[in-house]
Design a protein around this ligand. Structure first.
Ligand SMILES: Cc1cc2nc3c(=O)[nH]c(=O)nc-3n(C[C@H](O)[C@H](O)[C@H](O)COP(=O)(O)OP(=O)(O)OC[C@H]3O[C@@H](n4cnc5c(N)ncnc54)[C@H](O)[C@@H]3O)c2cc1C
Length: 456
């Protein structure tokens, strides 16, 4: 029997072929995928994932795990002849354990559904990102997603207590631990988190929950220099126990997005604008403390001006500028997501901006980021851009990241699109060890081949 016949015999209607494979399975949100998969398997249970992988492994059939397809690195894109395993039917909350402050979810559960279930039980699920309505918990863990709330509770991997994954040969490895402390040998769950579907298919997870904030205080601050952005960050980390977000925007980014929204929030456009947000925990005098923090920063000249949102609507207006949706209207927008030591980010942005503007004088170049998490985003758009422009911009940005010993991917992963630049951030010894881990777990190389490491 062919691999498709065997899959159909074992899983019936869960296997889509021919016209039943819709456009959706072609690409993630990078829109870089060009090919439909040979078939799509939509398992409805962990056992069905295991059966599908066992059959594919026996046939040497390559498989691409697909979650919500919101990834930005081409990691879920199939090649011709690949079979996609979509987790969309493996969805649901299995348990919220209020005593352990944990929730157990199936991997295909949309992030927003899990967030709501946590809130209904009086908890915060701290993993949060703009794609929350479509991305899935399994995809969030496979990419070790970040987002705007990392400064308080860490990245996705910091919020996972237990994990279950299916290996290439169909073995189910269940580490569904609920304990915070567990030092019993290698931490297997962390092996799968951030592995972008190359080591196993994540099927379930135990997520760590936190107390639900009772509200939020949001301020938009104007600053003159990057060193003041860092000073304010250090003060906020020391003085605001509930610091929930710290987002910096360089002048060109802030100007472009506030003008696009028709907003003139400061008399003149500041060199840096920073959103500082505090999660309220229902303690006494939290607002007074927040205002005193801003007052001291103003008196000491760390900030030139500050606006405190008086309503949710005002806070949303600050966040709209930061989200920068107006940039999406620029032609051929390229988004970069890199990490650097916090002290280096200002110099890096200056050098990177100069290098890009020298080569592409007509281009829009702007910087923003989760500075507290050492994460910088770069937006680039040039009306006359060609394929060559994209390569040239990639080379300028990633080579400079390499010089600064930074990371070519802070949040979005390596997938396909950043694979050729991985060597800027990982040593030959690290890459070799990654290849050995891949070969040990997936000796036939069937799981998401070509992603992250290229051919093993
Ligand atoms: C508007 C928007 C905002 C975004 N904001 C952020 C942000 O702030 N921070 C951030 O980190 N990312 C962000 N992203 C990127 C993206 O949402 C994340 O990478 C997300 O975690 C991907 O989840 P997904 O379910 O869509 O995965 P997919 O795109 O389907 O897959 C991503 C990778 O994970 C693998 N994979 C998926 N599911 C599984 C599984 N169950 N087991 C094993 N491997 C699997 C795939 O093979 C692929 O390699 C954003 C994207 C968009 C479109």
């Amino acid at each position: 029997m062919s691999v498709i016949e065997e899959l159909m015999a074992a899983l019936g209607n869960a296997v889509l072929t021919g016209d039943r494979i819709t456009e959706r399975y072609r690409s993630d949100a990078s829109l870089s995928g060009r090919t439909l998969p040979l078939a799509v398997v939509r398992p409805g249970s962990v056992d069905e994932v295991a059966v599908a992988l066992k059959i594919c492994n026996a046939h040497g059939q390559c498989v691409v795990p697909q979650g919500g397809l919101t990834g930005l690195a081409g990691g879920a894109n199939p090649r011709a002849g690949d079979i996609a395993v979509s987790l969309e039917r493996l969805s649901g909350i299995e348990e919220v354990d209020a005593t352990a402050s944990s929730m157990t979810v199936l991997a295909g559960t949309p992030l927003e559904v899990a967030q709501r279930a946590a809130e209904d039980a009086g908890f915060l699920l701290p993993i949060d990102l703009g794609a929350r309505g479509s991305c899935q918990i399994g995809g969030n863990l496979a990419t070790n997603a970040g987002g705007i709330r990392v400064i308080r509770n860490g990245v996705a991997r910091d919020n996972v207590l237990g994990l279950e994954a299916v290996l290439a040969d169909g073995t189910v490895v269940s580490s569904m631990n609920k304990m915070i402390k567990n030092n019993t040998g290698y931490d297997l769950r962390q092996l799968f988190i951030g592995s972008e579907g190359t080591l196993g298919i994540i099927t379930r997870a135990v997520l760590r929950l936190r107390p639900l904030p009772t509200g939020r205080l949001t301020a938009l601050c104007a600053l003159d220099s990057y060193s003041e952005v860092v000073t304010l960050l250090k003060r906020a980390q020391q003085e605001l126990p509930g610091l929930g977000a710290y987002e910096a925007m360089w002048e060109s980014y802030f100007r472009f997005n506030s003008e696009a929204d028709g907003l003139r929030l400061f008399e003149s456009c500041p060199a840096f604008a920073v959103i500082v947000e505090q999660d309220l925990q229902g303690h006494d005098a939290e607002s007074e403390r927040f205002e005193a923090f801003l007052g001291r920063a103003l008196e000491d000249g760390v900030i030139g001006d500050a606006l405190v949102a008086q309503s949710q609507k005002e806070a949303q207006a600050f966040w709209r500028i930061r989200e920068g949706h107006a940039l999406d209207r620029l032609p051929l927008l390229l988004n970069f997501d890199v990490s650097l030591a916090i002290g280096d980010i200002g110099r890096f942005a200056d050098e990177c901006g100069q290098a890009l503007r020298a080569k592409f004088p007509e281009a829009h170049v702007s910087f923003f980021g989760h500075v507290g998490d050492s994460n910088l985003h770069i937006a680039f758009s040039d009306p006359g851009a060609t394929e060559e422009t994209i390569h040239a911009v990639d080379d300028i940005v990633y080579a400079l990241v390499g010089t600064y010993r930074g990371s070519v991917s802070a949040e979005h992963g390596i997938g396909l699109l950043k694979r050729d630049f991985l060597h800027y951030s990982r040593s030959p010894a690290e890459l070799e060890l990654m290849r050995r881990i891949k070969s040990a777990l997936d000796p036939n190389g069937i799981l998401n081949p070509g992603k992250v490491l290229g051919s093993v």
